[in-house]
Design a protein around this ligand. Structure first.
Ligand SMILES: C[S@@+](CC[C@H](N)C(=O)[O-])C[C@H]1O[C@@H](n2cnc3c(N)ncnc32)[C@H](O)[C@@H]1O
Length: 292
């Protein structure tokens, strides 16, 4: 059997098994290509229309066994391969932390935040850093800044350390444990935050692939805003005068707007639309009665 035929076979199997996507791919063909190429030790950007080798028995066996694991265990492919990619950057990942996919990475790479930054922007906080993907990408996009990256989970921080070391950023990214901003060491000019924001109803309906991720990474309480309420209340004390927050809320814009109806914010453009990532200035926070 040739490579293309195997990918087609795997695509059909994944489709029939109704596995759920959303951890790096959004369709069966891309997911099948990822798993098959990875199992063969081929790079994921291999053009299979140009490179279509005949596969040996052991190669077929390895690939089929991985596809079977994907179907029977309902684990995201990134947990099976130990690697995820965000904005072309590779990250180590295992079940101690969520799989990197934050839309904030796009905002960083596409310079969507730049109008709110200046030459004085020097200290950044990646709050809820998890696997450290945002801290690493931020360090790459803004070579002059120093980044603190904090998380409440010791396990997630272990994964974060692997990624910070892998990208040789230990002198620019400092990892720390903290519940929210409790042990943050500001003031910061920019706070990036992809927090747990999934509301309770959605949590109870999560597909198995998403249940494989740490619940602590996702669970935002009844309306998804538990973490965000406390964060926005505490944030002004941790921001410099030019400070801004970039916050991801996923599909929870309606809940966010109900919870913070009069808070002035700017919704940033992403490939998923303009309702998942928002920016808030320190001034907007100071003008908003979060303490009441
Ligand atoms: C949605 S994940 C984001 C991970 C990573 N920044 C990313 O975008 O892939 C949320 C992270 O928040 C962390 N977290 C949950 N509650 C927290 C808290 N009270 N204080 C700090 N971190 C928290 C979780 O451990 C998890 O790593």
């Amino acid at each position: 059997m040739k490579l293309q035929e195997l990918i087609l076979e795997a695509t059909n199997q994944l489709t029939q098994a109704k596995v759920i996507f959303g951890h790096g791919t959004n369709n069966a063909h891309d997911e099948a290509s990822w798993l098959v190429l990875w199992s063969l030790g081929m790079t994921l950007d291999t053009d299979t229309t140009l490179s279509n080798p005949e596969l040996s028995g052991p190669q077929l066996e390895r690939a089929r066994s991985l596809i079977e694991d994907r179907i029977t265990k309902r684990l995201p492919s990134a947990y099976l391969t130990g690697e995820a990619w965000l904005q072309g950057i590779p990250f180590f990942v295992d079940q101690r932390s969520i799989i990197p996919r934050s839309l904030i990475a796009e905002c960083l790479v596409n310079a969507n935040i730049d109008p709110w930054l200046s030459l004085h922007t020097s200290r950044v906080l990646d709050l809820c850093t998890g696997n450290a993907s945002l801290a690493v990408i931020c360090a790459m996009v803004y070579p002059e800044v120093q980044i603190d990256a904090i998380d409440i989970s010791v396990e997630a921080l272990e994964v974060a350390r692997i990624n910070v070391e892998r990208h040789m950023l230990t002198d620019r990214v400092t990892l720390n444990i903290s519940d929210g901003l409790e042990f943050a060491n500001g003031p910061y000019d920019l706070i990036l935050c992809n927090p747990p924001y999934v509301n309770s109803q959605s949590m109870s309906e999560l597909p198995l692939e998403f249940k494989a991720e740490p619940a602590l990474s996702l669970n935002g309480g009844t309306d998804g805003m538990d973490f965000i309420r406390k964060f926005l209340r505490d944030a002004p004390n941790h921001l410099s005068d030019i400070g801004v927050i970039v916050l991801e809320v996923g599909h929870e814009r309606a809940h966010f707007e109900t919870a913070f109806s009069l808070l002035e914010c700017v919704w940033l453009e992403t490939s998923m639309g303009e309702d998942q990532v928002l920016l808030i200035t320190k001034n907007a926070l100071l003008n908003y009665p979060l303490h009441q």
